[in-house]
Design a protein around this ligand. Structure first.
Ligand SMILES: [Fe+2]
Length: 371
């Protein structure tokens, strides 16, 4: 038996924010907006407020990785409007959507959400605001998941805030918002989405539907991410990459991530490697390590890379070479001792336990890949 569940209403329309009829699809309720402070976002916010009226609050001081320090400040502001607010519109990347999830979860009560994360308190709040997510990058997937990644950098900790109430009521994909993204903000989220798709396949929670979405995502991202990097203003390529990210989101929303993500967190925390790079450079090696471990997983990779499964890691290795991303841990971490510790500890975490493979085959795969 298996089941698949994602309650978010998906709207895929290039030019959504430029179209009054489309904008009218957003429910008219008392609302606030979470976004970034840059002018380009102010312009997009104006399109929303022109149709929906003035928001109760605009939160635009979002940090790149949602962190306790920053969230405490936002929570204080939000508490003033919490009882009135019925809807949060998230216009931005994963950090915006995850910050909004943190605030929505505790209705602006910072300590309540922190206690839920750290002391595993029971969830008792009700009447949380609806989330309307409008991603401005193709990669986070947060618009389609029921969790947020929260960082306590002061204590070198990372938490996953997960609850059914954190699904977006509506996820709106407008590729026009991505047309002017710089290379870095195209590449890193694109690789993150690709990692979400791979991680949902070599995952104990995978099912036929999540696998179908993941295969579609990987095919699209591997074809169109390099194209978008070459021609960033090509809207057709941007639309395809947006779609690839959407499929990846649908895939991992039901499986969560696995070993590559668990390996990535200390690399991001201690070495500042951006999430999209940290969670993806291990993909060719992890792929090599899972060959022959599970029949369904093998079949999925045959669909992607052909009958000879050994070709998969090579194709993926070449893909990373073509976009100038090293798959060698030494490029990110100085000592092999630290690397070995990170990998072995990654198997112990929640995400690591989702992985169908094992440490022994991963070590062998590293040798095979010449790492
Ligand atoms: Fe990720």
């Amino acid at each position: 038996m298996w089941n698949y569940h994602n309650p978010s209403k998906i709207i895929f329309k290039t030019g959504f924010l430029d179209n009054l009829k489309s904008l009218a699809l957003i429910p008219k309720k008392k609302y606030c907006i979470f976004t970034y402070p840059d002018k380009i976002f102010k312009d997009q916010v104006k399109k929303i407020t022109d149709v929906l009226g003035e928001p109760l609050l605009i939160v635009d001081e979002i940090s790149p990785n949602p962190d306790y320090k920053n969230l405490e400040v936002i929570a204080k502001k939000y508490q003033n409007i919490s009882s009135e607010n019925k809807q949060i519109i998230c216009l931005g990347g994963g950090s915006v959507i995850d910050s909004a999830k943190f605030i929505a979860f505790g209705l602006g009560d910072f300590n309540y959400t922190v206690d839920f994360l750290e002391k595993k308190n029971e969830y008792v709040k009700k009447n949380h605001p609806d989330l309307i997510s409008i991603p401005t990058t193709a990669g986070t997937g947060s618009e389609l998941t029921s969790w947020a990644t929260i960082w306590d950098s002061a204590n070198q900790k990372k938490y996953s805030l997960a609850h059914e109430c954190l699904y977006s009521k509506m996820s709106i994909f407008d590729s026009n918002l991505m047309l002017t993204l710089p290379k870095k903000i195209t590449l890193e989220p694109g690789l993150d989405a690709m990692s979400h798709a791979f991680e949902s396949i070599w995952n104990i929670n995978s099912n036929p539907l999540s696998n179908t979405y993941a295969i579609k995502a990987i095919k699209i991202i591997m074809e169109f991410l390099p194209q978008v990097l070459k021609e960033p203003t090509n809207i057709k390529y941007r639309e395809m990459l947006t779609m690839g990210s959407m499929y990846a989101g649908l895939a991992f929303s039901n499986t969560k991530t696995a070993i590559s993500h668990n390996i990535s967190y200390p690399i991001t925390l201690k070495h500042g490697v951006p999430h999209g790079i940290a969670c993806s450079f291990t993909l060719p090696t992890v792929l090599k390590s899972v060959i022959g471990i599970d029949k369904v997983c093998d079949d999925n990779f045959r669909t992607l890379f052909g009958q000879d499964l050994e070709q998969g890691p090579k194709i993926l290795k070449d893909f990373f070479k073509s976009i100038d991303i090293s798959i060698d841990p030494k490029s990110y971490i100085g000592s092999s001792n630290e690397w070995n510790l990170i990998v072995s500890e990654a198997f112990e975490g929640e995400r690591g336990k989702n992985f169908i493979g094992n440490l022994q085959s991963l070590n062998k795969a590293q040798d095979f890949m010449g790492l």
